[in-house]
Design a binder for this molecule. Structure first.
Ligand SMILES: O=C(O)c1ccccc1N[C@@H]1O[C@H](COP(=O)(O)O)[C@@H](O)[C@H]1O
Length: 234
């Protein structure tokens, strides 16, 4: 299973996350006003750092992921390509046409489309087939905040809602939304699903000051790694 942690902003963040065994590191670009938003230059520098950071010989370097609210396929694909980044996380409400345009021009890209869930309602439910036809590689299920907040809500999804959504799709999926070491046992059914690809965390990876905490990330890794292994995705 893959562990993704979101919102790295420094070389030290990446060293800490790599050392803790994180597989995918989310780098924000095109998240206006976001505390972890990166300029194109900084985004490219940190993506390079992900690929070159020291990791034990038996582990791959973490994969940088462009996490974005951008909607313009050329801007999204252009930023990723300029930084040599293969993974895109389309957070927010980009329509299926954006996925299709990216996959047409950059077919080698792994596109993760976020599906936003409020309670037991997935906003994009009527569009699932369209996103699949467009070439989405993985879905990421995330909780919407009470005021419609998107990303890093710290709110957990009901595992039964996750399973229901997984069954309505045919792609591998990641889960986000208030995940932690402590609530891993609640997601037993989810982690055992044959298309469960991994967990995506922001809030629980940090301490009270908002900095990444090696101990918390290590503990999340340890608890969530108990999930059955996923076949290669992307
Ligand atoms: O972390 C953010 O603020 C953020 C901003 C813009 C897009 C995505 C963002 N994070 C995503 O939020 C979830 C996890 O959040 P949490 O563990 O509930 O705090 C995850 O998908 C991140 O990629």
């Amino acid at each position: 299973m893959l562990l993704k942690v979101c919102g790295a902003t420094s070389r030290d963040d990446i060293a800490l996350l790599a050392d803790a065994g994180v597989d995918l590191i989310g780098l924000w670009h095109g998240v206006p006003g976001g505390p972890a938003d990166l300029s194109p230059r900084r985004f490219a520098a940190l993506a390079r750092r992900c690929r070159t950071v020291a990791v034990p010989a038996d582990r791959a370097a973490p994969e940088p992921v462009l996490v974005t609210f951008l909607r313009d396929p050329a801007a999204i694909g252009g930023a990723a390509r300029a930084a040599g980044v293969q993974w895109l996380q389309l957070h927010g409400y980009q329509p299926p046409g954006v996925v299709a345009a990216i996959k047409r021009r950059w077919p080698e890209t792994t596109v993760v489309k976020v599906l936003h869930v409020a309670g037991d309602v997935c906003v994009e439910r009527p569009l699932l087939a369209s996103y699949q036809r467009a070439g989405t590689d993985l879905f990421l299920f995330d909780a919407i905040g009470e005021g419609g907040q998107v990303g890093s809500t710290g709110l957990s999804l009901d595992p039964d809602v996750v399973i229901d959504l997984a069954e309505a799709t045919r792609l591998p999926f990641l889960v986000a939304g208030g995940l932690s070491a402590a609530n891993r046992s609640r997601y037993e059914k989810v982690a055992a699903h044959p298309r469960f690809a991994g967990a995506d965390v922001d809030t629980a990876a940090r301490d009270l000051t908002g900095a990444f905490c090696a101990q918390s990330v290590g503990s999340i890794r340890q608890h969530w790694s108990a999930a059955p292994d996923m076949e290669e995705v992307g």
